[in-house]
Design a protein around this ligand. Structure first.
Ligand SMILES: Cc1cc2nc3c(=O)[nH]c(=O)nc-3n(C[C@H](O)[C@H](O)[C@H](O)COP(=O)(O)OP(=O)(O)OC[C@H]3O[C@@H](n4cnc5c(N)ncnc54)[C@H](O)[C@@H]3O)c2cc1C
Length: 590
């Protein structure tokens, strides 16, 4: 049955009820995950086979056909199901884990599907987690949350550029207020601090937020995983969901089709609801190039986030939003590895960023101030070329900076190599020079000659044009880069950057040869594109009507719109609880 769009008042009542009664299940701790046994990782995306589009009738709550919409042909609903659960959760990252815990504690029988293999099946000994983990298992532990619901909701609304309805912002804000209480109840460790939003001048930005630190790396996910294990919630690893089963008359989502171990098709019945928590579109080039406002964009999170919820939910009539939104800055990326490296803003040493023409364009230290939103600066576009002028950008530095420390972070070493094949970045950047990732020159003309003769994926020779198929050079004028450097070094001598206002403490000259350059691309931890959600976590169609029994949480259709809050952890904790409790409270259809 279609749930009517409940008011926010109703939501708050159910939220309070949930928090008042949620109790940790009493199941014994133990090796309880249903780890799929196949050794081969499964990289299949949700798009399995082409489906012909056809018009199907959309039936309103009163039973009348209101209009005909164009959708992919629905999968025939099976008469025999391979497995049955009340709530099926697709994606075992942070949002999936919080949703699973919440739905279970609300009395539902829960099944989780995860695309990647269990660590046990990979032969990883003493793994901290059973498997999955997504970007949640890689993160830095910042969990800035809403402290004051009214200011917080206003800020979330403002930073989305009005694109996320206020009811959804309020729902998130009210739930985030109780994040500390929930974490305490679950026994998850955190510390609180004071903070403001990244844009304190936006309404609510200075007042709405509290700082929270969770343990970094996979420790936060490890704690969630332990809570899932304690409840004996089954997880089918190496089992990507590929499609949703939808009742052709009512539009209800009845279950999930999944591919276990690259071979076995499972038709899984969801008696109450399906929750999509598959992360966003970070590693889907087609979705990124079609939607992002800067491209290419390269991410350093979980490489199995390939927009599967977008593919699956759009086939059952869901609308998408925030497909161009991301939490990103500028990162090194090299075609040998799918995963990018961390931000390059070395400590107290001389370095600058320049565009494709060799010009500075900003106070570079702002990349730390606006660490979730710097990417917007890269959208400058020269119509006469026509191309982006700052993609790629380059970091320029000297020998003193080179020797001081790694200019970026490499692999975090917490994941099996097949999940994160990046080499660890060398402490003096020498290995990366040898690899040809960093160009060098005894003076600026020599450096520019090296930069111009290097193949940057996507650049057309001599034109600065981006071309998806090209793998060629930029064309910087050495005199331009020399002038840029001379100007910058002059600012360092004078102690003031009259061009962009880089702070005096960061005005450190770039004077000691050899000189170095490395390309930087838009990118960072997360994207936010996915299905539109309402205040209950239900996935909606283009008219904002919920698709019955279909929910989402986490990055997949996050509330972050134009600007990133940099608060994904807080959101997975909050919307995991919203969607988990509402999914569990559905009346079973079978
Ligand atoms: C290095 C790094 C540092 C970060 N630091 C912070 C921070 O300090 N603070 C913060 O708030 N955020 C941070 N983030 C972002 C944050 O970690 C993520 O936004 C968040 O964890 C996303 O959670 P999620 O559950 O939505 O997705 P994920 O954790 O990515 O989980 C999605 C899961 O779904 C699975 N999946 C995908 N498709 C399918 C399918 N078809 N079937 C079954 N399973 C599927 C994936 O394999 C994955 O396990 C960081 C991210 C990174 C990479």
């Amino acid at each position: 049955m279609t749930q009517d769009k409940s008011s926010f008042k109703d939501f708050r009542v159910s939220r309070r009820n949930f928090l008042g009664t949620a109790a940790i299940g009493a199941a014994a701790i133990g090796g309880t995950a249903l780890a799929a046994s196949a050794l081969k990782p499964n990289f299949a995306s949700a798009a399995l086979g082409a489906q012909s589009a056809k018009g199907i009738a959309e039936v309103r709550g009163d039973g009348k056909v209101s209009r005909v919409v164009s959708r992919a042909a629905p999968l025939p609903v099976p008469s025999n199901w391979s497995q049955v659960a009340d709530v099926v959760i697709v994606g075992y990252g942070g949002a999936g884990a919080v949703t699973a815990i919440t739905a279970y504690d609300a009395g539902a029988n829960v099944l989780v599907l995860e695309k990647t293999p269990s660590y046990a099946s990979l032969g990883v000994t003493n793994p901290a987690i059973t498997g999955g983990g997504g970007s949640t298992s890689m993160n830095a532990g910042n969990a800035t949350y809403v402290k004051d619901p009214l200011n917080g909701a206003n800020y979330i609304y403002q930073q989305s550029w009005g694109n996320t309805p206020m009811a959804v912002c309020e729902s998130l804000a009210w739930m985030e207020v109780e994040n500390p209480a929930w974490l305490t109840q679950m026994g998850i460790k955190y510390t609180l601090s004071s903070t403001t939003g990244e844009f304190p001048t936006l309404p609510g930005g200075a007042l709405g937020f509290g700082g929270m630190s969770l343990a970094s790396g996979n420790v936060f996910f490890q704690q969630l995983d332990a809570l899932v294990q304690k409840r004996n919630i089954p997880i089918l690893f190496n089992t990507p969901a590929t499609d949703l089963f939808q009742d052709p008359t009512t539009g209800e989502i009845l279950g999930v089709q999944a591919l276990a171990n690259n071979s076995e098709v499972l038709n899984i019945q969801a008696k109450k609801a399906v929750v999509l928590t598959t992360g966003s579109i970070e590693y889907n080039e087609t979705m990124k190039s079609d939607n992002m406002r800067v491209y290419p964009a390269h991410f350093y999170g979980w490489q199995f986030c390939t927009g599967d919820s977008v593919t699956m939910a759009s086939k059952v009539g869901a609308a998408m939003w925030h497909m161009g939104a991301m939490s990103a800055r500028m990162v090194p990326w090299f075609p040998q590895y799918p995963i990018a490296f961390g931000t390059c803003a070395p400590g107290q040493h001389g370095w600058i960023y320049v565009d494709k023409n060799g010009n500075r364009y900003a106070d570079e230290t702002e990349i730390s101030t606006y660490s979730h939103n710097w990417w917007i600066k890269l959208s400058d576009f020269d119509l006469t070329v026509p191309q982006y002028t700052r993609i790629p950008s380059f970091i320029i530095f000297d020998e003193t900076c080179r020797k001081a420390a790694a200019i970026t972070s490499g692999s975090n070493g917490q994941l099996p190599v097949y999940l994160d094949p990046r080499p660890v970045w060398s402490s003096d950047n020498s290995a990366e020079i040898t690899r040809g990732w960093i160009q060098s020159g005894k003076d600026i003309p020599t450096l520019v000659a090296a930069m111009n003769s290097t193949a940057y994926v996507g650049m057309t020779p001599g034109t600065n044009n981006y071309s998806p198929a090209a793998n060629t050079a930029v064309n910087i004028n050495p005199a331009t880069l020399q002038a840029t450097l001379n100007n910058y070094n002059g600012f360092c001598t004078a102690g003031v950057d009259t061009q962009f206002g880089r702070p005096k403490s960061a005005l450190i000259p770039i004077v000691t040869p050899p000189f170095y350059a490395m390309p930087l691309w838009p990118g960072g931890p997360s994207a936010f594109g996915g299905p539109v959600r309402n205040e209950k976590g239900q996935i909606c169609d283009a008219d904002n009507n919920p698709i019955p029994r279909l929910y989402t949480a986490g990055e997949s259709g996050s509330t972050d719109g134009m600007l990133s809050l940099g608060a994904n952890n807080a959101q997975i904790i909050a919307f995991g609880r919203i969607s988990g409790s509402n999914a569990a409270s559905e009346n079973p259809w079978a």
